[in-house]
Design a protein around this ligand. Structure first.
Ligand SMILES: Cc1cc2nc3c(=O)[nH]c(=O)nc-3n(C[C@H](O)[C@H](O)[C@H](O)COP(=O)(O)O)c2cc1C
Length: 318
């Protein structure tokens, strides 16, 4: 058990999903097994940092959750704007996104577009050392944009940065979120990284956490994204070293969804907006009838949504 405590499990940033209420309620329902949660990336939009993102960081609901705000940026100026807002909101841990695969971001040199930008990486390293010596920075990266060996050009400036960890999703940006995981390249990167490395990608069951740990004993931990939505109990089950029965898993998941439902129905007006908030939480749902998934996909009113949730309950609980 003691050995396990030193192994970290992070919740990955996912736009639209790992927002304030989910982080709070996930921890309330499943306990404190997640070492830290990441916010979806904050960015500069029309020369400003969105005020509602800063407000969300300042919310008291974060108090129960160890939180790492994540930033996406393309130059030192954007870094300063964002870091100043985040530290101003009281945080001293910041993750930088070097993996976002979306072409508009990559073309602007953000996210995975940073991998080829040695000069920028050097400049960010200088900035970390000279201007923000008290901030604990981390970096979350992919292996490349088109080819899984592009990280080799970036690793020197990355090694010179002062980072508390380097999270690696071993795919290219071109692959987006599916296809082969380039584990050979991941193993090579792990060998030469000057920073503790966290593995991220396709961790869907507690056994996947054991598997990664066994194959790569030097990793600091793993980061779980979609697996926390298809199986929100994954970390609790891993920590307890026992798989929960399907009924318990379903009951807790429905409890989490009902907390999110109450939260958003109290705050969001109009069925359209509400659907936009609630439906994505079912995107990675498993174990239900295809017709049920279709019902959920097609729901545009709260009445139809409620019917789809009732069908999910029937499928999962009988
Ligand atoms: C819809 C969606 C939104 C995402 N948003 C972010 C983000 O804001 N920042 C980030 O670093 N990664 C983001 N990711 C990537 C995840 O953090 C993670 O690296 C990826 O899903 C692989 O991990 P997984 O297989 O455990 O899900 C996103 C992924 C998806 C599917």
């Amino acid at each position: 058990m003691e050995e396990k405590d030193t192994f970290s499990i992070y919740s990955a940033p996912i736009q639209g999903l790992t927002e304030l209420p989910w982080r709070h309620f996930h921890r309330a329902v499943y306990g404190d097994g997640v070492t830290a949660y990441h916010t979806p990336f904050l960015r500069v939009e029309r020369s400003e940092v969105r005020q509602r993102d800063v407000k969300a960081l300042e919310s008291e609901m974060n108090a129960s959750v160890p939180l790492v705000p994540q930033l996406i940026l393309r130059d030192v100026r954007e870094m300063e704007m964002l870091v100043d807002k985040v530290t101003g909101a009281g945080y001293d841990r910041i993750d930088i996104n070097m993996g976002c695969p979306f072409p508009p971001q990559v073309h602007h040199g953000r996210g995975a577009g940073m991998i080829a930008r040695r000069d920028l990486l050097e400049a960010l390293g200088d900035e970390m050392r000279n201007h923000y010596p008290d901030v604990k920075f981390s970096l979350k990266m992919r292996l490349g944009v088109d080819s899984p060996d592009e990280w080799r050009e970036a690793i020197e400036p990355i090694n010179r940065m002062s980072l508390v960890r380097l999270t690696v999703h071993p795919r290219t940006a071109r692959q987006q979120y599916s296809g082969e995981l380039h584990m050979g390249e991941f193993g090579e990167l792990l060998k030469v990284s000057a920073h503790p490395v966290v593995y991220n990608g396709d961790i869907l069951e507690p056994s996947d956490i054991f598997r990664i740990r066994e194959a790569y004993p030097t990793v600091e931990g793993v980061m779980v994204g979609r697996g926390l939505f298809s199986r929100p109990s994954i970390v609790a089950e891993w920590r307890e070293e026992r798989a929960w029965d399907e009924r318990t898993r379903a009951e807790r998941m429905l409890q989490l969804h009902s907390l999110l439902y109450d939260y958003y129905t109290e705050r969001v007006s109009g069925d359209g907006q509400l659907m936009g908030k609630l439906k994505p939480f079912w995107d990675y749902l498993e174990g239900v009838d295809r017709r049920t998934l279709k019902m959920m996909k097609k729901a545009v009113t709260i009445r139809k949504y409620d019917e789809a949730v009732a069908a999910i309950e029937r499928d999962l609980l009988g």
